[in-house]
Design a protein around this ligand. Sequence first.
Ligand code: GDP
Ligand code: ZN
Length: 312
Amino acid sequence: MSSSGTSGGALHRGTVRETGGGVYVVALDSGEVGEASLRGRIKQQARTGSRVVIGDRVEVSQVDGVWTIEEVEERRTELVRRGRGRSAKILVANLDRIFVIVSLREPRASTQLVDRLLVLVESSDMQPTLVLNKMDLEDTREAAEAYAQLYRSVGYEVILASAEAGTGIEELEARVCSGSSAFIGPSGVGKSTLLNAIAPELGLKTGALSRKTGTGRHTTVGSRLIPLACGGLVADTPGFGDVGLWALPPENVAACFPEFAEYTDSCRFRGCTHVHEPDCAVLEALAAGEIPQSRYESYVRLREEAVEAAKR
Ligand code: GDP
Ligand code: ZN
């Protein structure tokens, strides 16, 4: 055995699969899974903001059967949500893709909500796929087509789905069964039902069941990355639905609207906010119908929120 570990034992690389209550379940690259605690030095760092989260790549020492996380590797990606106060809260590290799930009815999506979720993902430097669920419900066809047309026109991949009728499940499966993913969206849109349709072995609680007491096997408030039988990993994290303000500098909001990109360099003023300036190329594109009205309205609203948040 080598003695490269800082505390004497050999170091093993792995991925954090579950967190909660100070315990970290780590899946080592060798296939072994066990519970680890954090080395004090890392705990210190965690207190100052950079917590260890699911998806983190770590180095673990094993001494007398006790597992300790010694190092956390640099992250490829971070899904960030604004926490209390001004601090950003990192939810999941190293995800390969994020699905933004909304439903066409019960609850009915709005462009404001969709844009807010898309911006959340964009601000984490990740590429979202939009999933419109509950296509089986009556009078959803028109809205589904309008949303699909709008969001495809600005460059997003859109999947029309019904967990109930089995629509879109194969398309989701093709993307979820490799790498690691997260489903984000408001509660009640069908995230758990869709996951159960892809991977029945999960047996996740869904809206109808979760109102009863004691139905769930997993009653922890922590987060987990769930391995699917088909090969991928899916994040299950409380708080994905609740998308509040986030610690996004106001000047970064425009970059979260990919369809603005081809215009922003042509504005007369550097640092143009695209709200009131003369010779603003974004406003001109809006007037010419090249940027959808609803997207621009979301931009203005989210930018205002970011300005307010930055004042606190
Ligand atoms: P979550 O909070 O996003 O995980 O939502 P759930 O998966 O718990 O689903 C909320 C409710 O919507 C449950 O009563 C589901 O049965 C229902 N639901 C989920 N997907 C569909 C769907 O495609 N069509 C219909 N009609 N109902 C659905
Ligand atoms: Zn401008």
